[in-house]
Design a binder for this molecule. Sequence first.
Ligand SMILES: NC(=O)c1ccc[n+]([C@@H]2O[C@H](COP(=O)([O-])OP(=O)(O)OC[C@H]3O[C@@H](n4cnc5c(N)ncnc54)[C@H](OP(=O)(O)O)[C@@H]3O)[C@@H](O)[C@H]2O)c1
Length: 307
Amino acid sequence: MANESTGFLHAIEMGLGTSAWGDRVIWQYGLSYSDADLGLAFQTALKEGIALIDTAEVYGSGLSERLIGKFARGSALPVLVATKYFPWPWRLTSGSVLSALRGSLARLGMESVALYQIHRPTPFHRPERMMEAMLACLEAGLVRALGVSNFTEVEMLRAYSTLARHNLSLASNQVHFSLLARRAEKNGLLARCRELGIRLIAYSPLEMGLLGGKYGPENPLPGSRGVRYAFLTNRIGPLLKLMTKMGQDHGGKSNAQVALNWVICKGALPIPGAKNAAQAQQNAGALGWRLTPEEIAALDEASDAIG
Ligand SMILES: NC(=O)c1ccc[n+]([C@@H]2O[C@H](COP(=O)([O-])OP(=O)(O)OC[C@H]3O[C@@H](n4cnc5c(N)ncnc54)[C@H](OP(=O)(O)O)[C@@H]3O)[C@@H](O)[C@H]2O)c1
């Protein structure tokens, strides 16, 4: 059951991911892209009508939020920020959530955010306890809606029921979902989200760039991304080829656009990461058209064949 405060997410088809903004551990922030590139990615996304910007207090150790705040102050277009609370084991009191949110708002230079998410479940705190602590943020008027991330169906239902006891809705569950990561579709999480009006936000919808078509055995993903995807890079050739063919059939859509359109057709909200204007512009081209049910079935089959 989506209500007035959470329903806005259902009207959003795509967002912008910013985990690479300020990050040098996984991504090459400062080497292959600069703050100027990120500022242009931000402006391009907003101009294309993509207002939902996903971040987290831990991205770039706070730099992602700072950059978003700086870029948003320079823009007249509306911005909907979704950030996240990281449940570090030493954050023991319920006040930790409110104080972490205040830290995010200070870095963003904003008075409130659209969506506040628990970044991941933790063995240290029960979902019920974390959601009760998140409520204080809502009551303080600092967030419009509450969500979770990386929650299993059982954990999500516990978070959902906690809010339901207060006549509130859980807005979203942000999980890994792409043509190469279909667990949410296969284990029933996506269907349960749909049934309960919870928006499934799909992170890494381009599989950190692997589905974009630029990378492959001859040109592996750089840095730790290359290590993470070494086992897949040699096996996705047929899927990438099919995506390219389908893109051509739709008037020259790119592999990235096909990958994002597939996520949208499945009923999820993709938040592709972009580090420059060209990527943000191209990702916006995933909107305004749809793969056919036959094409989706063929993509599913090619994805299944990868194993
Ligand atoms: N909740 C969580 O635990 C969690 C975990 C991970 C991510 N996230 C969120 O999800 C967002 C997206 O995930 P992600 O950044 O990991 O990966 P992603 O969106 O799957 O991939 C982003 C990468 O794909 C490449 N790319 C972007 N646009 C492209 C285009 N049009 N054509 C070809 N390649 C393109 C770029 O890499 P190159 O420049 O190298 O080509 C870009 O950095 C994150 O930014 C973050 O907000 C959340």
